[in-house]
Design a protein. Structure first.
Length: 181
């Protein structure tokens, strides 16, 4: 299932209940949960990483996987590590395992090790310019892992896994502590 970004009304995500989660269509569910988490992070702490670390493991997982998916699908692992979202790289394998995306988890472990092992080679051209960033893709050892990431969608549908995880753990995403509806 492909999730297409759509415009959301804040009433859809600012305060979630089990009932609201149940009524949210699958095509919007991940986005609604992500926006809810993002609002929590903004209100918790001005330091994003510290705020993310204070969230439940379920909410951390959705937040981290959203960023991983967005960055890698847009510009590969090179872009993921280059951008501020790279600070979540070490949280990503555990997040993916938690939701049941074990093949993606294993691949991200490999990507993290590759990035660490080839850090100087990968970042050598990254001088803060668009040109430097573009050059950092040349002979980048992460390129092969990008290809594997894209191919993995045929074997392990990450969006379907996330939707299933949210649906089966909806209480973890409800803002109402006693919400069992």
């Amino acid at each position: 299932m492909r999730i297409l970004p759509t415009s959301l009304d804040p009433s859809e995500y600012l305060y979630l209940t089990v009932s609201k989660i149940d009524k949210t269509h699958d095509s919007r569910l991940i986005q609604v949960i992500f926006h809810n988490i993002r609002e929590k992070i903004r209100s918790l702490d001005e330091h994003e990483f510290r705020a993310v670390s204070s969230l439940s493991k379920a909410r951390q997982a959705i937040y981290v996987i959203w960023h991983l998916q967005s960055e890698v699908n847009n510009g590969g692992f090179n872009q993921f590590y280059f951008n501020p979202t790279g600070k979540y790289a070490h949280l990503a394998p555990q997040a993916l395992s938690l939701v049941g995306a074990n093949r993606f988890s294993q691949l991200v472990v490999k990507a993290n090790m590759t990035y660490e092992d080839y850090y100087d080679k990968i970042t050598n051209q990254q001088d803060g310019t668009i040109e430097g960033f573009s050059k950092s893709y040349d002979n980048n050892p992460l390129n092969e892992l990008d290809r594997q990431f894209y191919q993995l969608y045929g074997k392990e549908d990450l969006n379907s896994i996330l939707i299933h995880f949210i649906r089966t753990h909806k209480q973890n995403f409800s803002d109402c502590p006693d919400d069992s509806r």
